[in-house]
Design a protein. Structure first.
Length: 158
């Protein structure tokens, strides 16, 4: 899987281990779901920027932890000639992830891994609006996190 990773603002500092955790989580989902030839864009950002996106795209004026924009749901044309097709974009607020990690009693690395898995599953069509869909998504999140060697009591090596 090709992962196009960026930070916004561009000068936002993110620990290299956190970046590797994002890549590992995205690759694990891709492997388990047979989309290893796809690409995904991941932006690591702050609460201010994700709040702007949340208001613009969801009409919710507050910071959130992760947003996913699936290209398969858009009118974008498919790329011909065997080039990788983009699943979409995931935007993660590292600030919000740090707040949640502290509140939940685990590490930033574990939280960012979870948010990456959550975002990837959204790109693949999982949702949590209806109760049955929520249970399916939660079950799949637990499965992927276990495959990564991370559960609620572990942090994946930090």
């Amino acid at each position: 899987m090709e992962i196009i990773l960026s930070t916004y603002p561009e000068d936002k500092e993110v620990d290299a281990a956190v970046i590797e955790d994002v890549k590992n989580a995205a690759r694990m989902v891709a492997e388990l779901h047979g989309v290893k030839e796809q690409e995904v864009s991941v932006t690591l950002t702050d609460n201010e920027y994700i709040r702007t996106l949340n208001k613009e795209w969801r009409n919710i004026d507050r910071a959130t932890d992760v947003l996913s924009f699936a290209f398969a749901e858009s009118d974008e044309p498919q790329v011909a000639g065997g080039a990788p097709t983009s699943l979409g974009e995931i935007v993660i607020s590292v600030d919000r992830a740090a707040e949640q990690a502290e509140a939940y009693g685990h590490t930033l690395r574990r939280e960012v891994s979870f948010l990456t898995v959550h975002g990837m599953l959204h790109l693949l069509g999982y949702d949590h609006i209806r109760d049955l869909d929520r249970r399916d998504m939660e079950r799949e999140q637990r499965f992927v996190m276990e495959k990564l060697g991370i559960d609620r009591g572990q942090d994946g090596g930090e």
